[in-house]
Design a protein around this ligand. Structure first.
Ligand code: SF4
Ligand code: SF4
Ligand code: SF4
Length: 272
């Protein structure tokens, strides 16, 4: 039973967040929202323990579809980075700001880029593409993320400075068009660079938050040097080019780890 402690703890943490936000904000939505996400994560971990090979994908689809379809398209909540800027500028502490605080700003201090492995609706689609491990060496194009980050901020700031009306509607269309653009660019880059996660590595503006925060992550994959035979399999199966055998925080591409556990599953010596 001990091995089921982790999914149980995950469920308890999310239930605690759900109940606290429900009571403090007097809004039943938070109870439903965080309970659902907690259940999806706990189910994924449970399936992983049961050695179901698509465990991560189950959670990714459950959370990603919920956020994209229910929160984004049905509830008109812009959960993209533009939505974060929008709610931040209006001073509204609602779903998008809470989402960023939990998943992308403070959460990564504990679970690193777990968001990118288990919840992101952009990667949810990209992970269906054929290049699960990169077939080409990594490019030096990471600087593009700062441009997309700046563009999203300038876009929303300009709307505010120009006192544009109907912002809620604009934000909904920005969410729709932004997502379609992300998918188009993400799929195009995946085929161009033969790498499903090329968009994550070079373009995604959210990594400007995720990378520095996940540098300090509490949960990290570590290598037991006494078991490791330096076969290099872990690096070959890693979708994010992480040098996981180096235990230091400065490991190559260390802030790219999405906790997918492919390296752990494939290590012939159980060294990870
Ligand atoms: S890097 Fe961006 S697109 Fe990729 S999984 Fe993370 S949040 Fe999603
Ligand atoms: S797969 Fe395992 S044994 Fe091989 S290099 Fe990686 S950690 Fe070491
Ligand atoms: S394969 Fe290992 S090091 Fe690479 S992203 Fe997945 S968990 Fe992280």
């Amino acid at each position: 039973m001990k091995k089921y402690l982790i999914p149980a703890i995950m469920l308890i943490i999310f239930e605690a967040i759900a109940i606290t936000l429900w009571l403090t904000k007097d809004n039943l939505f938070y109870l439903f929202n965080f309970s659902y996400i907690g259940c999806a994560l706990a189910l994924g971990i449970f399936l992983y323990i049961k050695q179901y090979r698509h465990a991560r994908r189950v959670t990714q689809l459950l959370v990603g579809l919920y956020m994209l379809v229910y929160l984004g398209l049905i509830c008109n909540e812009n959960m993209q980075i533009e939505g974060f800027w929008y709610y931040l500028f209006t001073g509204v502490f609602e779903a998008a700001t809470i989402h960023y605080a939990v998943a992308k700003l403070f959460g990564p201090l504990i679970f690193g880029r777990g968001w990118c492995g288990y919840a992101c609706w952009t990667a949810m689609v990209l992970d269906f593409l054929p290049y699960k491990t990169p077939k080409q060496p990594r490019k030096k194009l990471g600087w593009i993320r700062y441009l997309t980050f700046a563009a999203s901020l300038i876009f929303v700031a300009t709307l505010f400075l120009a006192h544009v009306g109907n912002m809620e509607k604009i934000m909904f269309w920005a969410f729709l068009i932004g997502n379609l653009l992300y998918y188009a660019v993400g799929i195009g880059l995946a085929f161009l660079f033969k790498d499903n996660r090329a968009f994550c590595k070079y373009i995604c503006p959210i990594t400007v938050f995720l990378k520095p925060m996940s540098y300090f992550a509490l949960f990290r994959i570590k290598c037991d040097k006494t078991k490791c035979i330096s076969c290099g399999k872990c690096k070959r199966v890693c979708p994010m080019d992480v040098d996981v055998t180096d235990n230091s925080r400065k490991r190559k591409n260390g802030t790219e780890c999405i906790l997918c556990f492919e390296c752990v599953k494939n290590c012939p010596k159980d060294a990870l």
